[in-house]
Design a protein around this ligand. Structure first.
Ligand code: G3P
Length: 250
């Protein structure tokens, strides 16, 4: 198996208070002792918490935003552009999360444009794909994921800065994790897509991570799979269990 550095993302979503995130950093993240040469950790608090976390988070960890604007800076009320993330020194951004797609109506085309903008500025992107329950039941998972990937195909010139996160929508926040077989099947198909659409070397070097009800209990059995290179953790990343997840993945 090619040496792909593991990557664990913490997607805190729209959660926390100044007090709770400070305490999470001080009691769960900063004390975690893992080999950061082998494992990359990206913490994604909500926008307004980014500077606060940046001040206190130890430098072994990296910071990410959970979204960025479709536009650059300017008269775009309420938006935060990739340029602003760059200005703050935030190297990563999560794009295409299913909550953005489904609750905020972001289409494949919108996500492709965001990916393009972020990539052009040199931000590293975690691009989320995944089917909903109806699509899984209908047997169209691979089709849906390929369509989502097709959309970003021409948005990126540098795949070194890209991580793909497979997050089946039915597994997000539900406690229903994909089985190792289900996850490996889709991760394998994502790597095949990269191989035939971008290139074989890129397919070997791109990290494909899993998200959806990852816990300290189930991460081990997923991590051993050939095509799983880490996780994007939601709920469990707000708890002491995240330290255990990091230590298991080390
Ligand atoms: O981005 C991570 C996320 O969608 C998974 O959430 O709470 O199921 O771990 P959760």
């Amino acid at each position: 198996q090619p040496m792909r550095k593991l990557i664990i993302g913490a997607n805190w979503k729209s959660n926390g208070t100044i007090q709770s995130i400070r305490s999470l950093v001080q009691t769960v993240l900063n004390p975690a002792i893992i080999d950061y040469k082998n494992t990359e950790v990206v913490i994604a608090p909500m926008y307004i918490h980014l500077p606060i976390v940046k001040d206190i988070l130890k430098s072994d960890f990296h910071l990410g935003a959970q979204n960025c604007s479709l536009t650059g800076p300017g008269a775009y009320t309420g938006e935060v552009a990739a340029e602003h993330l760059k200005d703050l020194g935030i190297p990563w951004v999560i794009l295409g999360h299913s909550e953005r797609r489904h609750i905020y109506g972001e289409s494949d085309a919108v996500i492709a444009e965001k990916v393009k903008r972020a990539g052009a500025l040199g931000l590293k992107t975690i691009i989320c794909v995944g089917e909903n329950l109806d699509e899984r039941v209908a047997g169209t998972t691979t089709e849906v994921v390929s369509r989502q990937l097709d959309a970003i195909k021409y948005s990126l010139s540098d795949w070194n800065n890209v991580v793909i996160a497979y997050e089946p929508v039915w597994a997000i926040g539900t406690g229903k994790t994909a089985t190792p077989e289900q996850a490996q099947e889709v991760h394998g198909s994502i790597r095949l897509w990269i191989g035939s659409n971008i290139g074989r070397l890129v397919a070997n070097s791109t990290r494909v991570i899993y998200g959806g009800s990852v816990t300290d209990e189930n991460c081990k059995e997923l991590l051993v799979l050939d095509d799983i290179d880490g996780f994007l953790v939601g709920g469990a990343s707000l708890k002491p269990a995240f330290k255990t997840i990091l230590e298991i993945c080390d």
